[in-house]
Design a protein around this ligand. Structure first.
Ligand SMILES: Cc1cc2nc3c(=O)[nH]c(=O)nc-3n(C[C@H](O)[C@H](O)[C@H](O)COP(=O)(O)OP(=O)(O)OC[C@H]3O[C@@H](n4cnc5c(N)ncnc54)[C@H](O)[C@@H]3O)c2cc1C
Length: 392
């Protein structure tokens, strides 16, 4: 028997959970399907915390999206009673011997520029002010520059997903977890979706399959999307470090190139550690073959190259670690577009390592696309067209 519904959402991670929530809230009959049991630790949406900030140095096109997300996280907190979004304050800083105050590509300078253009509340800090206000950065270079956004901070990814999925079910969404979509086809009437357990027919399909997207969809996505394994580390706090309640969410640039940037989160009450990570874009992987453990050598390497002498108040001991993976496009911006050959299908790859903060608002926009074929937010810069002729 073929099950029928208005919309199927394939993948219930950050993007899919937000989409089924918004659709069900609007009264649309929606089925969500996930191969795992979200929130889970096999994709891109785990590890306790994700940075969020209004001045999105990745580009001006993201500013209206994140603004909407901040509104929705607060609405979800009201509805669920869960704490999802903490405005711990966000410090973006560059402390590097190579720092050039005229370098338009510097992430801190780009963030400051956007905040000025969009009237986002912030302070620009000198090296001395950074040292005084944030003792964990007591060692910054004399030329260091900082951007402090008091309204920035972090969200709790697993909780956000869990809350939205639970609310979606309360609104009548049907969620099939532990079930894998194996085949998709479409005709003028709608889309057929086959899983390992059933067949469905929907008027619309939203595909938000994260790391698995290129395997599922083939051309042209297999040459546009790459999966990169990333590691997360929780470093033990030094005794009497005094960071709990006094450390911000941060992004630290300490040289030129991707491997000279790290980011971290506040020392949280009761945890005794500080989460710090960096990103790599040189060794591609796949969800099937990825090593999901962090080795002792990787822990040592992280401490030596990213932490020692740069972030004070932590020891070299890693008390917890995790592996998570980015799905990355050639220009590191999202792909959000109608599928080039499947009819009635929206394809979403909103990762490249910076999508979570936008997920609540994107879910709202994808629900609008399903209901009326257009979105209040301008998502045109995420079209497939811009990547024509490009590959990884
Ligand atoms: C280490 C790390 C740090 C990050 N830091 C930040 C940050 O600080 N701030 C920020 O904004 N963003 C950050 N991001 C990015 C953000 O987390 C991602 O953009 C976001 O989680 C992507 O969500 P998604 O829904 O696309 O993927 P996922 O949440 O992985 O969801 C995809 C889902 O699809 C399911 N699925 C796949 N194939 C099938 C199938 N065939 N059938 C059924 N189900 C299927 C999977 O099981 C999975 O649940 C980070 C990402 C990582 C990995």
């Amino acid at each position: 028997m073929v099950e029928r519904c208005d919309v199927v959402v394939l993948g219930l991670g950050a993007m899919g959970a937000a989409t089924v929530y918004q659709l069900s809230k609007a009264g649309v009959s929606v089925v969500g399907i996930d191969r795992h049991h979200p929130p889970h630790n096999q994709g891109s949406s785990h590890g306790d915390t994700r940075i969020t900030r209004l001045s999105v140095g990745e580009g001006a096109q993201y500013v209206p999206i994140v603004r909407n997300s901040h509104r929705i996280w607060r609405e979800l907190e009201e509805l669920s009673g869960e704490s999802l979004f903490e405005q711990s304050g966000l410090l973006v800083l560059t402390s590097s011997p190579e720092f050039d105050p005229n370098d338009k590509t510097d992430f801190t300078l780009r963030t400051i520029g956007l905040a000025q253009t969009y009237g986002i509340e912030h302070e620009v800090l000198s090296a001395e002010q950074i040292r005084q206000r944030f003792p964990q950065f007591a060692n910054v270079h004399d030329t260091a520059i900082g951007y402090f956004e008091p309204g920035g901070g972090f969200v709790r990814p697993e909780r956000c997903i869990d809350v939205q999925l639970k609310l979606a079910e309360q609104h009548g969404a049907i969620l099939y977890k532990g079930e894998t979509v194996t085949r998709i086809s479409s005709n003028e009437q709608g889309v057929s979706i086959t899983t390992n357990l059933r067949r469905l027919f929907a008027n619309k399909l939203v595909i938000s399959a994260g790391n698995w997207s290129s395997d599922l969809l083939g051309k042209p996505f297999d040459s546009l999307l790459s999966v990169f394994r990333q590691k997360l580390f929780w470093f033990e706090l030094e005794e009497n470090a005094g960071l709990v309640g006094h450390s911000p969410t941060f992004i630290l640039t300490h040289g030129l190139g991707d491997d000279k940037v790290n980011y971290g989160f506040p020392a949280l009450h009761g945890e005794g550690s500080l989460k710090i990570a960096t990103a790599q874009y040189h060794t591609a992987s796949s969800p099937q073959t990825m090593d999901r453990t962090v080795s002792a050598a990787e822990e040592r390497d992280m401490y030596e190259h990213q932490v020692r002498g740069r972030v004070t108040g932590v020891t070299s001991k890693v008390v917890k670690s995790a592996v998570c993976a980015y799905t990355v496009t050639p220009d590191r911006h999202f792909i959000i577009d109608e599928h080039p050959s499947l009819q009635h299908t929206l394809l979403v790859s909103a990762c490249s390592g910076h999508g979570f903060k936008h997920s609540a608002a994107l879910g709202e926009a994808f629900a609008q696309w399903c209901m009326r074929g257009s979105t209040d937010l301008d998502l045109s810069s995420f079209s497939l067209e811009r990547l024509k002729g490009k590959s990884l």
